[in-house]
Design a protein around this ligand. Structure first.
Ligand code: ADP
Length: 304
């Protein structure tokens, strides 16, 4: 009898523990609501999600979009890293990237701004795997995309993309494209950067930039002066993917972003300008130092 009870106790404990572990995983990746939708979640799984949210993300949320509570609703507490011994990059700064085929050089423009206000052909959204809205860049982009018939234009477009994928969520490093709605850009790429900084995650961050550039290049935009005429995408703007709620270290992220963009521009003469948009928040100077270090390490040629 005692043996039977202890077996039952063991089995129950194991179930609760594994469900809680799953909860911690889902809680980290998704909002509580999304996690519960994902798997008809048992109470302990919900508890795990909730525990993760409480322990990991206790600070107040950033700007929220029109879609209700963001899925990654608040920034993790991070101790600011000591200021590196390098001056912040002046903004704006432009760097010339020579092409392998000898065509005119491309520009990497690093500037202060808001991604949703950029006048490039494509803007990139730092999305999560559900592409149904979040905080930070994601919220700003969904909001700036505007509303039509009472519905959020970007969210509706994301729903359509998910339908073509039969609901399959995006993997880290993967990107999809939608209209940019009422933003100045024509297209909006939604890319999913990785959380954290393990070695294989560096590849995922590089992939987020790479797949964004690839998918953007395949699109066309209207030529303003010529009615009905189109041309291939030439310009694209990035935020600092993964360095907000996803917590990727800024220095490493800046080097990965700059290297990936530089290498891509070398090989693809279709693209003329890539913007890296640094948002003025409490990490503004830290981000500027990270980019100063990255362009120095890569020995990029600054345009005087
Ligand atoms: P992630 O979840 O990929 O970390 P976040 O949106 O949380 O993405 O943050 C990514 C970076 O974008 C951070 O450096 C953050 O400060 C910055 N950011 C936040 N809002 C904007 C905005 N409107 N335009 C450009 N960058 C922004």
């Amino acid at each position: 009898m005692t043996g039977k009870i202890s077996k039952v106790t063991l089995a129950a404990s194991a179930t609760i523990l594994s469900a809680t572990a799953l909860g911690l995983y889902f809680g980290r990746r998704f909002s509580w609501k999304q996690a519960s939708l994902l798997g008809g979640t048992p109470p302990s799984l919900l508890f795990g999600c909730y525990a993760w949210r409480i322990c990991r993300e206790p600070t107040p949320p950033g700007p929220s979009g029109p879609l209700g509570p963001p899925s990654r609703s608040s920034a993790p507490i991070r101790v600011p890293t000591p200021q590196p011994a390098i001056d912040p990059i002046p903004l704006p700064s432009t760097f010339l990237i020579e092409r392998e085929d000898g065509s005119p050089p491309a520009k990497i423009l690093i500037l202060e701004g808001k991604i949703e206000e950029q006048e490039s052909d494509v803007v990139v959204n730092a999305a999560n795997s559900t592409i149904r809205g979040g905080s930070g860049v994601d919220a700003a982009i969904h909001q700036a995309g505007g509303m039509k018939d009472g519905k959020n234009i970007i969210d509706e477009a994301c729903v359509e993309v998910l339908k073509t994928r039969e609901g399959k969520l995006l993997a880290d490093g993967e990107s999809v494209i939608t209209t940019a709605g009422e933003m100045r850009a024509t297209w909006c790429v939604h890319t999913v950067g990785p959380h954290g900084s393990a070695l294989k995650k560096k590849k995922k961050l590089a992939s987020a930039y790479q797949t964004s550039l690839e998918i953007a290049m395949a699109q066309e935009v209207p030529i303003k002066e010529e009615e009905g005429a189109v041309r291939k995408v030439q310009t694209i703007s990035f935020p600092l993917v993964s360095t907000g709620v996803f917590g990727f270290p800024r220095g490493k992220a800046a080097l990965i972003a700059t290297t990936t963009i530089r290498d891509f521009l070398k090989e693809h003469s279709q693209l003329t300008e890539v913007r890296i948009v640094i948002f003025r928040d409490s990490y503004f100077n830290e981000n500027r130092c990270a980019y100063a270090a990255a362009v120095k390490k890569l020995e990029l040629t600054a345009l005087a």
